[in-house]
Design a protein around this ligand. Structure first.
Ligand SMILES: NC(=O)c1ccc[n+]([C@@H]2O[C@H](COP(=O)([O-])OP(=O)(O)OC[C@H]3O[C@@H](n4cnc5c(N)ncnc54)[C@H](OP(=O)(O)O)[C@@H]3O)[C@@H](O)[C@H]2O)c1
Length: 236
């Protein structure tokens, strides 16, 4: 995908990674539409980006995710990429986390991004892309984060299967699976307390790698043990 001039919807643009990724893409010439749940935070994010258009969704309402895609496409006269950068985390043993939080995590971290992409696949043309922030836990589920890991693994599995469907249509499917990044997400869990975490990757490096991956048609962004962001052409 050619980022310069591309029309990109970033869902979760009010978050640290979503905001940094939007700024990175704009810096490379993209035209963004910002999607988020809070009008005030969306307005603040938009004002830092030449009053970029905004659309509202709540991850707990899949129909609002689909509506956000269609509204975003209407605002920009079409879309070339849809990126999801929102999510919630919870810490604790399986018993401590419980069914209600597990349901919340699966809805916000898996079903909502899937709803965005299902709608996106309906409107995207060949040469476009979908991309999701999943996380290394999708591949290496962690004790004390079972339900968070399971929600990310569910989204990652969906992306992998859909990649096979989308390839024939010329739509890139990018899975962004970094390890810990210094964004403060771990300090904002739904429940529990984060275990000791390794030094986090630099958000700016990760979003630059995501932009590189979008522009080269890559399938995976991951981070190494020392936090370096790596673009992999194929997600094997
Ligand atoms: N930070 C890490 O270490 C790390 C590592 C791997 C993957 N990730 C993933 O990267 C993504 C972004 O995380 P971040 O570190 O940038 O955290 P963040 O700054 O806390 O951003 C979280 C975003 O999710 C949005 N959000 C949460 N619940 C929502 C809901 N019900 N409806 C709509 N939006 C909702 C927040 O919206 P508000 O602004 O309205 O609160 C915010 O925009 C997440 O999916 C996370 O799992 C993070």
């Amino acid at each position: 995908m050619d980022i310069a001039g591309s029309r990109v919807l970033v869902a979760g643009a009010t978050g640290v990674l979503g905001g940094a990724l939007t700024a990175e893409l704009v810096g490379r010439g993209a035209r963004p539409v910002l999607a988020g749940r809070d009008l005030g935070r969306l307005a603040a994010a938009a004002s830092a980006l030449q009053d970029a258009p905004t659309v509202v969704f709540d991850a707990y309402d899949p129909s609002s995710c689909a509506r956000a895609v269609h509204a975003g496409a209407a605002r920009l006269g079409g879309l070339d990429a849809v990126v999801t950068a929102f999510g919630s985390v919870a810490f604790g043993t399986a018993e401590e986390v419980g069914d209600d939080i597990a349901e919340h995590l699966m809805a916000v971290n898996a079903l909502a991004p899937i709803a965005f992409f299902r709608a996106a696949l309906d409107v995207l043309e060949p040469g476009s892309a979908i991309a999701a922030l999943t996380g290394v836990v999708a591949q290496r589920p962690q004790p004390g984060m079972a339900d968070y890991s399971a929600s990310k693994a569910a989204l990652s599995a969906w992306l992998r299967a859909v990649r096979g469907e989308a390839r024939g249509r010329g739509v890139q499917v990018l899975d962004v699976r970094p390890g810990h990044i210094d964004t403060g997400l771990a300090d904002r869990p739904l429940v529990g307390t984060a275990p000791p975490l390794p030094a986090g990757a630099d958000p700016r490096q990760v979003v630059a790698a995501v932009a590189d991956a979008l522009s080269t048609g890559a399938e995976l962004v991951r981070t190494t043990e020392n936090g370096a962001a790596v673009v992999e052409r194929r997600d094997r």
